[in-house]
Design a protein around this ligand. Sequence first.
Ligand SMILES: *Cc1c(COP(=O)(O)O)cnc(C)c1O
Length: 378
Amino acid sequence: MRYPFLDLATINARYADDLHRAAARVIDSGRYIGGSETEEFNRMLAGLCRAPHAIGVSNGLDALRLIIEGYKVTGRLSPGDEIIIPANTYIASVLAVTHAGLNPVLVDPDETSMNLSATGVLEAITEKTRAIMPVHLYGQVAWSEELADLARNHGLIVIEDAAQAIGATSPTDGLFGSRKAGALGHAGAFSFYPTKNIGALGDAGAVVTHDTELFKAVAALANYGGDRRYHNIYAGFNCRMDPIQAAMLCAKLPDADASSARRFERAVAYNNVISHPGVIKPAISPTVTDQIWHQYVIRVPAARDRFIEYLTSEGVGTDIHYATSPHMQPCYRTLPHRPLPVTERLASEIVSLPISDCTSVADAADIGRIINKFPIHR
Ligand SMILES: *Cc1c(COP(=O)(O)O)cnc(C)c1O
């Protein structure tokens, strides 16, 4: 591929010296679970999110699961409760809810932002609704005054799936003052899966929260349910972040904002160059920081699959996030859900273009010109 979609070795080459130094430090420390590396990571992430509490955990799915389990052991969520989720998300958002024995209520997103909207939530609220899970899909903050008011007025817990949105900033206030993704609601989950904007060198995730009681519950649950050594207040899990991953992430996190700014430049280049009647471009928000461009996703309603074949033949790597919505997956065959026409249509139209450090601004412009030559009527 002349224009690869993503190449993790290239991504991490930029940080190589710091990563090698950090790895050597952990190897020589003799401390391979817990300790100062994870504490430093927790401090760094809490600072970045302007939240009082952050804790590194094993991965993004576990971060979501620990939040829900934390609300269960503190008596604020129970099996059978409903959590409203956008249907066009990665399956992990839904898995976290069903693993905990709660009911995901999938709703269609707003078609333009592709994110959860207050209208969508309002239509789905029942007397069993206890929480909503905005997913900041593609790095675009899913938050508004309306959503905040809805949560307050209906007494709903807001659990953010911020896996794709590290460092994104909402133009409007969160429930507790912070405007950072992951700290807008009561609790937020991050993923540091290697392909995320800030990726570990393996699996890693984190929970961020304003709620001290939840924070203590999550910290205990992630460590076998122990509040101190050999004393287990909950039947917990082993979902800790490894110090080696914490050290990798401490080397990369300071670059979060600069890395988002580089992605933004590519998004602008695409939006400036792409001009094709068959292609719908994403909107570039006037508040640049509310979208960190985890993915740059266009829609090709008439000929998506042929479009991808064309780009492949021109040496342009693409991906689809996500071709099969969670409710269409075999494991959720029997999951009850309302009709989801917007989600299903989006899944058939979307294409993700290269947007990482592997793609220069000039590459993005080249790709845009290749797109403009796509023969829509063959
Ligand atoms: C990546 C991702 C997750 C899961 O994170 P892992 O670290 O891979 O478990 C959850 N939700 C969304 C929206 C994601 O993109």
